[in-house]
Design a protein around this ligand. Structure first.
Ligand code: AMP
Ligand code: ZN
Length: 484
């Protein structure tokens, strides 16, 4: 498999450090609010990457943090803590907010078929470990104390900027909003490892440390949680492109200074989902969440399909029209799959292998999901029986997770039920065992009238039957009658 590595600025063959276990780390959500569908684009694409590795036969261990402390409004260590802002907004405690939005995040993931990583660790669980790493960075001269905080000294590094092929606008995201020069910093890119002095004295969560009561910076949590569960060598680190700078840049700086060697082999960054106005936001404009999609009648999996139709390294524009088109295409696709007969013979394993390889050829090229999706359409046109096509689709869907067969089966059953109700014979039962053709004809005419919503005519026929001494009882898709 070839994957684009943001650290080397080119596509590289994927060769894990230890082939018996691929170690993968994902920056998790900051749980101060619902995730927007832009955040979830990143998680969908990372989920596909993980599932594709497993599809290729790798054993994967994936770890994700939950940022429940330390992420300030500006990624450049200024502004109010995002969690505290969330707590104030909703008049709840920071921990209540964290729990509520962590659960909401995983509910959204479930709706989008995003697998839960093997390890999920909240940042507030690892204070001891941060203190251990920061202590060593101070001892080794990579960090300094100033104005009550502990800072990483970026001047100690030969190379600080690693991802310099990202465009300047993306790089600037972190330092653009609400930038205020911090007079304690020796160099402009130095960043906080441990805060004890924040302008916001009402910071809710604080812990004791050798440098005073305070709380960790945002970047240290990902280095530390990754090393705690995945050791000193990480194969893949992923996140949205906005995280490349300063977050991932700082993670590399502190992790490699701490370890004394290279840390992460492949850096994978997902490009942004934007609106027509630009950056997606949780506070300005329409707050696009999975629940909003559902309220508007969209299937969350149609949104996943929409994401897969674009390559993860290309910016994607969200409009309702674009999502409509994706949902329509997805429904049509499911309709076509529903026409496949489930058991029309044995699976042709050779043909199945051929299409598995076609899919691999696309996905091996830097997780080319748009081309991977086209293989689904190729399968539908393949010269083979339906059972084989279904097996091929199951293979592909173990990576793309679009519920292709489940949705097609549900649709086929629904159609079958509707057809059965429509075509079922209307039965007329003579309860006293003496059929009467004239009575039966009238009963059927009344049923037809009801079906055509001619209720007055239906009532007239019932009265006529009553006048003949016939008592009618409606039963499901039929009627029984007797003489009284
Ligand atoms: P956050 O909850 O802000 O820490 O972000 C969670 C994940 O979403 C990170 O990997 C971000 O890089 C990513 N992200 C943020 N905005 C977008 C966007 N508009 N499109 C895609 N990914 C995003
Ligand atoms: Zn992170």
């Amino acid at each position: 498999m070839y994957i684009y590595n943001s650290a080397s600025h080119r596509k590289e063959e994927f060769v894990p450090v230890d082939p018996s276990l691929v170690k993968m780390y994902t920056c998790g959500p900051t749980v101060y609010h619902f995730a927007h569908i832009g955040n979830l684009r990143s998680y969908i694409m990372e989920d596909v990457l993980e599932k594709y590795l497993r599809f290729l036969g790798y054993n994967v261990k994936r770890v994700m943090n939950i940022t429940d402390v330390g992420h300030l409004s500006s990624d450049a260590d200024t502004g109010e803590d995002k969690m505290l802002k969330g707590a104030k907004r909703e008049h709840k405690s920071v921990m209540e907010i964290a729990q509520y939005y962590t659960d909401a995040f995983f509910d959204d993931c479930k709706k989008l078929n995003i697998k839960r990583p093997d390890v999920v660790e909240p940042a507030t669980n690892c204070i001891e470990e941060y203190i251990k790493i920061i202590t060593k960075l101070l001892d080794d001269g990579y960090a300094y104390q100033a104005g009550g905080n502990v800072y990483f000294d970026t001047s100690k590094l030969d190379h600080y900027y690693i991802f310099n092929d990202h465009n300047e606008e993306d790089l600037a995201v972190g330092v653009r909003e609400g930038v205020e020069a911090d007079a304690n910093k020796r160099n402009k890119n130095d960043f906080v490892l441990w805060f004890t002095k924040s302008k916001f004295e009402d910071q809710a969560l604080k812990w004791d440390s050798p440098w005073g009561v305070g709380y960790p910076g945002w970047h240290i949590e990902c280095s530390c949680i990754s090393m705690k569960h995945l050791g000193e060598n990480l194969d893949i680190h992923c996140g949205g492109v906005d995280n490349a700078f300063p977050h991932h840049t700082n993670e590399i700086a502190q992790s490699e200074s701490y370890l004394g060697h290279k840390w992460t082999k492949y850096w994978v960054h997902v490009a942004h989902l934007n609106t027509l106005d630009g950056k997606m936001s949780k506070s300005k404009g329409e707050f696009l969440t999975v629940s909003l999609l559902e309220e508007k009648g969209y299937d969350p999996i149609a949104y996943r399909f929409f994401c897969l139709q674009s390559h993860y390294r290309k910016n994607l524009v969200f409009t309702w029209k674009n999502l409509d088109n994706a949902q329509t295409a997805f429904e049509k696709l499911i309709g076509r799959i529903a026409n496949l007969k489930p058991d029309d013979g044995a699976v042709d394993e050779a043909a199945r292998k051929e299409y598995r390889e076609k899919f691999i050829a696309q996905m091996d090229n830097d997780i080319n999901t748009p081309n991977g999706v086209t293989v689904i359409y190729d399968v539908l046109k393949a010269q083979t029986n339906d059972a084989t096509k279904r097996a091929m689709l199951a293979d592909i869907d173990s990576v793309l997770s679009l519920d292709l067969l489940q949705k097609a089966d549900a649709l086929r059953e629904k159609n079958a039920r509707a057809a059965a109700t429509q075509s079922a014979e209307f039965t007329v039962i003579a309860e006293d065992g003496a059929p009467d053709a004239a009575v039966e004809t009238l009963i059927r005419q009344r049923a037809e009238a009801k079906k055509a919503k001619s209720f007055a005519e239906a009532d007239r026929i019932r009265d006529e039957l009553r006048a003949q001494g016939v008592e009618l009882t409606d039963i499901p898709n039929g009627a029984k009658w007797k003489r009284v």
